[in-house]
Design a binder for this molecule. Structure first.
Ligand code: SF4
Length: 326
């Protein structure tokens, strides 16, 4: 019999995630602020700086997986033509929608549906599937779907690449204003990018706590505690969360508390978590006295290239350093 040691901060996680979903649900019901759907590595900072509340359907798909309901709904999407070979996040989410199901309604009293967006915004930097996923909802609800088409198979990033993407961002901001009336606030953008970078740095620090021997956390803790880095980057809430978590982890390190008591082996996890088997996997590795201390998945939300002090270019083409007067 093994027992998973839970960080106390996990309770705070439940609260901040609940607040996140209730905020979006309230916005949808009131029609204000407007709701934007965003891909997980999409332009969340831009959307927040334009006054949208931001919802991440990939997070919803992960919840479908973690609640072991994804496999009930993937075939529903397959039945309307989505291949079983494509991303199961997409098919689980679309299938659940077609059946009128969301685990959010079971977890959070008063939430009945996923939030209908005012606009859907993607970036193909992570995969092509997200565009098809969002366009399906856009057709269904007759709402605009806008996005950034990223370059693929890039070796060295050149100025041409940077200018190409910057141009798309400027057009995206203009198109969002035309579609919804929301305007870009450049000071808010600078602040949001700063908050995102800070969140990213703190999340990196959290993951690096696993370099201690014994490690105070494992990959399975990371998959839970990454929530704010995924859905709340660009907010003070995420920063406060990771500062609290880090304080607790530092305490564990100082006291020599191990996530895996008697830790003998330290290994790396490749690829996605098995959402529906997180507990079983965590217990399996506990029994094997093995700490999974590194992964590409949890590291995917470290964005050290975010540079809040860089010169930004406003949609109308003026150049302005964040924080400086117009
Ligand atoms: S393929 Fe990966 S990045 Fe793309 S939608 Fe699915 S989970 Fe997200």
């Amino acid at each position: 019999m093994v027992e998973i040691r839970k960080l106390k901060t996990a309770k705070l996680m439940k609260k901040v995630m609940a607040d996140h979903f209730y905020e979006i649900d309230a916005a949808m019901k009131a029609g204000n602020p407007k709701v934007a759907w965003c891909t997980s590595v999409g332009p969340a900072e831009l959307l927040r700086a334009m006054g949208f509340v931001v919802y991440f359907p990939e997070n919803h798909a992960a919840i479908l997986g973690a609640t072991r309901t994804a496999t009930d709904y993937i075939p529903v999407a397959n039945a309307i033509g989505y291949s079983p070979e494509i991303c199961s996040y997409l098919t689980a989410d679309v299938g659940a929608y077609l059946k009128g199901f969301t685990p959010l309604a079971k977890i959070y009293d008063g939430i009945e549906t996923i939030p209908k967006p005012d606009v859907l915004v993607y970036n193909t930097n992570q995969c092509r599937d997200v565009k098809d996923w969002f366009e399906w909802y856009a057709r269904r609800w007759n709402v605009p779907c806008l996005g950034i088409e990223s370059y693929v198979n890039v070796g060295e990033v050149t100025e041409t690449h940077v200018q190409g993407i910057a141009g798309q961002f400027k057009k995206l901001a203009d198109d969002l204003t035309a579609a919804t009336g929301n305007k870009l606030d450049m000071d808010k953008l600078a602040e949001t990018v700063w908050l995102s970078r800070k969140c990213s740095d703190l999340w990196k620090e959290v993951l690096e706590m696993a370099t201690h021997k014994p490690s105070p956390l494992t990959f399975f803790d990371g998959t839970i505690h990454m929530g704010p880095a995924v859905v709340m980057r660009g907010t003070q809430v995420a920063i406060d969360y990771y500062e609290t978590l880090l304080e607790e982890l530092r305490g564990w390190v100082a006291e020599g508390v191990a996530a895996v008591p008697g830790e003998k082996f330290r290994i790396y996890w490749e690829g996605m978590p098995i959402w529906g088997k997180l507990r079983e996997n965590a217990e399996l590795f506990l029994r094997l006295k093995t700490a999974v201390v590194a992964s590409t998945y949890c590291n995917s939300w470290i964005f050290t290239a975010l540079t809040p002090t860089a010169v930004t270019v406003c949609p109308s083409g003026c150049r302005k350093r964040p924080g400086s007067p117009s």
